[in-house]
Write a protein that binds this ligand. Sequence first.
Ligand code: G6P
Length: 612
Amino acid sequence: MCGIVGYIGDKQAYPILINGLKRLEYRGYDSAGISILNKTTLKVFKKKGKVSDLDDYASKQDTKGTIGIGHTRWATHGEPNDINAHPHISMNGHFILIHNGIIENYSRLKEKLTDRGYKFVSETDTEVLANLIEYIYLKGKVTAEIAVRLALSKVVGAYGLAIICKGEPDKLIAARKGSPLVIGVGEGEYYIASDATPIVEHTKSVIYLNDDDVAILSRDGLNLKTIKNDSLTPKIQKVDLDIGEIEKNGFDHFMMKEIFEQPRSIFDTFRGRVSLEKMEIHLGGLYSVLPKLVEAKRIIIIGCGTSWHAGLVGEYLIEELARIPVEVEYASEFRYRNPIIYPDDIIIAISQSGETADTLAAIKLAKQAGATVLGICNVVGSSIPRETHAGVYTHAGPEIGVASTKAFTAQVTVLAMMAIALGHERKVLDKKDYEELIQELYAIPDKIEKILKSNNSFLKVSKKYKDATNFLYLGRGSLFPVALEGALKLKEISYIHAEGYPAAEMKHGPIALIDEKMPVVVIATKDKSYEKIVSNIQEVKARKGIVIAIVSEGDTIIKKLADHVLEIPETRDELAALLAVIPLQILSYHIAVLRNCNVDQPRNLAKSVTVE
Ligand code: G6P
């Protein structure tokens, strides 16, 4: 949600900021803005729409200056327009700031400031903060840093902030609570960003800010402290991110690039963890909690969106292979419904970004209840891995397309590794099954490679149904969450209404919707419910529905029944989700492109949801 970028150094700030915003645009894309301080002249450029609209407007003007901040917005308070776009300037022009997050007590603060003569031009909570800082600065005659710290002590909510004070033109102030911020450390220069993507082309040395940290950056150095003024020693880390990983590399969209990366990203996820030679699975990140996991009486998986779907596949895998009861919950529901959590429960939080506000809050709740909390995250150094007791990174590489693809298969890969390892430790799996599962997991990347070669047949089917207004997705067992994920992908990027259902549930409602205009995507691979799903297909056909079936290679029975079949290689039932989801991702992609939708930045969505 909202992208932040900042620079202080000897270089021209504008090219760095605009390029940084382009890299961060996946976080929010309804409006953007940049502010540059040149000695004592402050320039502000803001535009509704894309970063390219801002660039068209600002690049024609004087953008000179070596200190500046930029923002790409996902609206919370106030509609997306030029006025509500960040940066926001305080009423008397002393402070300018950009903000990611929500100031929850903003209306009370606004009332108080209004009583003291402050006037507001935007509808945002951020402008309230700019004015609060300025009010304290002027009234208390304190430095910018003190004004910022005092103002933040009065704020309830979440923020990642970058602030410039006109009266202290050689400083950039950054602060974090709940919304991620990374500082890039260069030679006599610093960068600020909501994640490392805009920084890595300039420096690989970064400092991840923690909640309640304030960083005061100048060309001479960095001063890190808490809001309460306690000094901190900055921990500089090397970020392992290659510039090629955040570019499209010849693909039209990040989403397709990321779909095609899956053979590699899955391999990277199990590389060094699954050994064919030793026939073992070794998850170093879980080593400290392994005895607890093996003895667990219950596992609760929490997540949002696609990560929640991965959790549902995980439930199936862990229950099937390790025989530990698993519950899966939306993090947002879990945190607000007074859940029963026992100290010997294991909570697994799944998140691509590692920053999702609801998941973070649910983790905190589970920790307070004394449970052991594990994380499955993609973004290294993000908040969730730091909040959890132990965990496993997915190593899928940066995912830029807003609709999650490779992160999902990497999450399922981690859950599969955990389930197989636990099944082995708990002696649920015999040697033959254990070794076969390891071998099958190893074979998944090549099998996905094979599916990707059928891209053209997926395109053909997409062309036929691109104008449908509804889609139904059906699956059974671990393929039911894949049906949910297929439906989510389609609605997210093509805006076609789509629903996922367990195939057997179709007759309890959705069957009423089926007519000759309704495409029904049925995941019908050869597994133990094959016969049942064949019956479900017949039920759809009896009502003249259109069946697009995902089948195992060489299937002849469904070929006779369905309107279209898309083949995938055979694998063990437990791992079929990793293959079956690929055609669904590609179908959604093509349909969205054919409908001229913005695939990488679908309307109203954001990649990293750092507000409730
Ligand atoms: C947003 C994204 C989804 C994602 C969900 C959870 O809604 O648009 O693609 O699945 O957040 O995000 P997380 O980073 O926690 O996996």
